[in-house]
Structures are given as structure tokens and as C-alpha cells.
Write a protein that binds this ligand. Structure first.
Ligand SMILES: [Zn+2]
Length: 478
């Protein structure tokens, strides 16, 4: 970037005013999207997911996008695509990404207001998907609309992709990439599906962990047995499963599967520097996480807490199928299974991780119990070097909208889309911005959106389009 000249685009006040005037309508559109329970996980109604795709397509069309359409690959939930390619050949092309599918609501009784009835309390909008990531969709809509409403044109060429299976690990991403990478090709990708460091602090995320998951099933008997008549010499599957799962992690709670972490790369000096520059407060972190008094932090005690979240693998048991307590009887359980979710550090190969884990699970069962492993989602980590004209443009836009300097952070979560598409576009920079904050509780009970930060995120993206247009690009190889 040293030989790249960039200009500070004058902050477009008319665009800002158009955006501000339209926020009530965008808010109503966001609430309409939240009312659609577009849960992409198996076992939820796929018609709702398709309905949400149609609603997003119609919304994009109503706000002036061209070529609004659904993109399908065999067996997938549809993605929604649209574009606005009228800025001329010299202007850069920007791909705006978000997703319209959401996580299951979880325990519905735990929600303060119903998960799919958007409700405002204390400046926050509560509802599943209110932040992750339907607010992200609306950031793209609002930014483009502000330009079209005030100037009648966009300063850059824009393509938009709203995915429908991000929350289930983007299972059809490979086929999707093959079918649509060419028509989605862009010079820079803007992914609005992350979190800000704190409320009011504009943040670019440059690092995401990878992810694998699997189901492990343990069997010991071909039928249940009286636990008094047989217990002792005859093993039960549930105890066997629990013993196996207990050994996944060491006494600190760090992944203990031998060899699993061998390809994880340690932080670079620059990454350590960016991490150390953040004002991390362990007490505040514990509060945001809702940790009960006396509960200890887990993972390698020698690693910074943020390094443990962003750059170390972790293993979590996210579900167990076994008799419920209410239905338990005094029997030896013949079969039990669990779902495991593991986050991967930069450098880790997800295929290798699946293999090492499955082999270890099969070989470490106690007492000769039968073990089957069914691999699920897998995605590698994403690491950007946050330098160059696109990041500089984003810094200017975000700091102008928020009135504060930008901070750089990693994120422990995963967005499978980014790495393969960035690569398919010749290493196009990916700007990962956020509408969430540490109290958003994405994926959890009482997910919510901080409404003022959402407005600032919309404004930042409207500015970003101008900043990207005013940037002189090194476009060779793109
Ligand atoms: Zn998301």
C-alpha cells in the first residue's frame, strides 16, 4: 500500500441526511424480517427459510437494486443476490455479504419477549436475528438506499449476496462457489456479520476461527438391561460416552486430543501487538459472559484470554441424546450419542482436524465399546493482514460515522463464506464489520441489537462506498 495514494472523500452530508430520514422505514423492514422464523437448522420448517429469502429479494428490489434473484444449488437453502452496476468500469466493484438465516430460538420460555416478536427495551431491539444477521442485511440496504435517494446513483459498483445457511456451517459452499463465484466476483468484500469491541467503538475484525462438528455415538448392548441384575460387569453406553467426552479436554479445559493442535500456528508479533493494544478488562468480560461467582476461566492459563478465544482450538459438547432425567429408569443404557463442536486456530486444516478427532474417538473408547463418528460442518480459520487501501478506506468511514478511531480485533466465531470467496476473487480484501456488541447474545436467549450502533453501522457503510470510490486501487490480478 505504500505506493498507493488515497484521498479522504468529503463526508457526504446529503447522503447522511437521506439515511437518517429513512431509518424508521428500515427499522420497520428489519422487524418484518425478524418476524420470519428463518431457522436453517434441520428439523425447522424450510418453507419459512424460503419465505425469508423471498422477503429479502423483494426488499432489495423495492430499494432500487437490479437483478434481484434467488441462487440455488441442489439441496441448499437459497441465497439472495442482486446488484447495482452503473458506476462505470473504472469504479471498483464491492460485494456486500450478510445472511438471512438464524439460529434456533432455544428455550422459548427463557426469552423475556418472544423470540420472533421484535421488541424494543432500553435502546435495544430484542429478537432472534435482530442482530445476527438481519441487521447486517439492513446495513447494506440502508447504505445503498441512502445514495440512491440522495444522488440517484452509487459511487461504486455493488453486488449483494445474502446467504441462507450460514448458521448451519454453509454446507453447500463448495457447490455454491463453483456455480456463482464468477458472477459474484468483486474487488473488495464487505461482510457485515461481526461484532464491535464495545458499544460505540467501530471495529474491524481481521481474524476468525475455523470450525468442525461431529456426532459421536457409543453402543454397548443390543437392548437395555436391569441395572441391578447386570450392573457391575456389564458396561453401559452412557457412562462410556461420558468417560470418552471427559478426556477431550485437559484439567484446564484445553483440547487434549494428541496431535490435534499440531498445525495451529502461534500468533505473529503483529497479531500479539494488536491484541495487547486492546483495553481488555477481565471483570467486564466475566460480566458480559454472565459467568457465575467463583466460576474459573478455562483454557491454557499461560495464554491471554483473547488469544484463547481467537487463536486457540477449543472443544465443546453441545448436545447429548440419552434418557432424560424425567424418564430415567434403573437400566443400563445401550446407546448414547453427543454432538461436538470444535473451533480451530489459524493454520489448522479442517479435514485433518476431522480425521484426527474421529480416529481418537474410535480408539479411545473404554471397555471395547462400539463408537461411530459422523462428521458434520468444517471450515478453516480466516486471517487477514489488515493493511492496504481497502482497510484504510474502512478506517476513515467507520471513524467518521462513530466519531472514534477504529480498533482491530479477532473473533472466536466462524464465517465459512469469507476465505474461499476472497481466494476465488484473487485475494480480494474482506472487510469484516459488525452490528453486534458484547451484550448482543447472538445465538443465545434474548439476542438484541443496539439501535444507535446499528444506525452508526449503516452510516459507516454509506461513507465506505464513497471512500472505496475515492481510493486508487492496485487492481492487477483481480
Ligand atoms: Zn451471523
Amino acid at each position: 500500500m505504500t505506493d498507493t495514494t488515497s484521498f479522504l472523500a468529503p463526508t457526504p452530508h446529503d447522503v447522511r441526511d437521506a439515511l437518517t430520514a429513512r431509518m424508521p422505514e428500515h427499522r420497520a423492514d428489519l422487524e418484518a424480517l425478524v418476524r420470519i422464523p428463518s431457522v436453517s437448522a434441520a428439523g425447522f420448517d424450510p418453507a419459512e427459510v424460503r419465505g425469508a429469502a423471498g422477503a429479502v429479494r423483494d426488499l432489495l428490489a423495492a430499494r432500487g437494486f437490479d437483478h434481484t434473484r434467488l441462487l440455488d444449488v441442489e439441496g441448499s437453502h437459497p441465497a439472495v443476490a442482486a446488484d447495482h452496476l452503473r458506476a462505470g468500469r473504472d469504479a471498483p466493484t464491492v460485494l456486500l455479504y450478510a445472511h438471512y438465516d438464524v439460529q434456533p430460538p432455544g428455550d422459548r420460555a427463557g426469552w423475556t419477549s418472544p423470540a420472533f416478536s421484535p421488541t424494543e427495551r432500553d435502546g435495544r431491539l430484542y429478537g432472534r436475528g435482530a442482530a445476527d444477521d438481519k441487521a447486517g442485511i439492513m446495513v447494506h440496504v440502508a447504505a445503498v438506499d441512502a445514495w440512491l435517494a440522495s444522488r440517484g446513483h452509487l459511487p461504486v459498483n455493488v453486488k449483494v449476496l445474502i446467504e441462507g445457511e450460514e448458521e448451519t456451517g454453509s454446507a453447500h459452499l463448495g457447490q455454491f462457489l463453483e456455480a456463482y463465484a464468477e458472477e459474484l466476483r468483486a474487488d473488495v468484500i464487505v461482510v457485515t456479520d461481526s461484532t464491535n469491541w464495545k458499544v460505540g467503538v467501530p471495529t474491524l475484525s481481521y481474524l476468525l476461527r475455523g470450525l468442525i462438528d461431529c456426532v459421536v455415538e457409543v453402543r454397548s448392548l443390543d437392548h437395555a438391561l436391569h441395572s441391578g441384575m447386570y450392573g457391575g460387569p456389564v458396561p453401559d453406553a452412557l457412562t462410556g460416552l461420558v468417560k470418552l467426552l471427559a478426556e477431550l479436554t485437559d484439567g484446564h479445559g484445553a483440547v487434549a486430543v494428541p496431535g490435534f493442535s499440531d498445525d495451529a500456528r502461534p500468533p505473529t508479533p503483529a497479531e500479539r501487538e494488536r491484541l495487547a493494544a486492546l483495553d481488555f478488562d477481565e471483570q467486564a468480560f466475566r460480566g458480559e459472559a454472565g459467568m457465575l461467582p467463583g466460576v474459573e476461566l478455562t483454557g491454557d492459563p499461560d495464554a491471554h484470554v483473547l488469544e484463547r478465544i481467537w487463536m486457540r482450538p477449543t472443544a465443546t459438547i453441545i448436545g447429548i441424546d440419552a434418557p432424560s432425567v424425567a424418564e430415567a429408569s434403573n437400566t443400563l443404557v445401550p446407546a448414547a450419542r453427543a454432538k461436538l463442536s470444535l473451533r480451530l486456530a489459524p493454520g489448522q486444516d479442517p479435514q485433518r482436524a476431522q480425521q484426527v478427532l474421529a480416529l481418537w474417538l474410535r480408539e479411545h473408547a473404554h471397555w471395547g465399546l462400539h463408537v461411530d463418528v459422523f462428521p458434520g460442518a468444517s471450515a478453516g480459520a480466516f486471517v487477514a493482514d489488515p493493511q492496504g487501501p481497502a482497510f484504510e478506506a474502512a478506517e476513515r468511514a467507520l471513524s467518521a460515522a462513530f466519531g472514534k478511531p477504529v480498533v482491530y480485533q479477532g473473533v472466536g466465531g466462524s464465517i465459512p463464506f469469507i476465505e474461499p470467496f476472497s481466494e476465488a476473487f484473487g485475494g480480494a480484501p474482506a472487510l469484516l464489520t459488525g452490528v453486534e456488541d458484547p451484550d448482543t447474545r447472538a445465538h443465545g436467549i434474548d439476542e438484541s441489537l443496539h439501535l444507535d450502533d446499528w444506525y452508526r453501522a449503516c452510516l459507516a457503510e454509506a461513507y465506505l462506498l464513497a471512500e472505496l470510490a475515492a481510493t486508487r486501487w492496485e487492481r492487477e490480478g483481480r
